[in-house]
Design a protein. Sequence first.
Length: 115
Amino acid sequence: QVQLVESGGGLVPSGGSLRLSCTAPRSTFNNAVMNWYRQASGVQRELVATLTLSGIATYSDSVKGRFTISRDNAKNTLYLQMNSLKPEDTAVYYCNAHYLLQDFWGQGTQVTVSS
């Protein structure tokens, strides 16, 4: 079982910033398309950002221009830098690795943005 571990969530005022981190086993990290998802209460899980193996990043329209996905291969770590946070960004954020036609998930980290 591939284990992903997220960290970095918390409570932040509107307009603030947070950086989420996700560590994964090296064999998975070096071969997977890495994603960040989020799920707000009572809402379906939403894809927020994707980073391909070739380094192409894509974002949902709701976060484009505010969030940045990146990776540190030496640390097997995926990041999500979140700036200009809004109350509607409040959700549990999940790291996802799409690898060998399977999806692996972290446990999630709560991000709460106060108005």
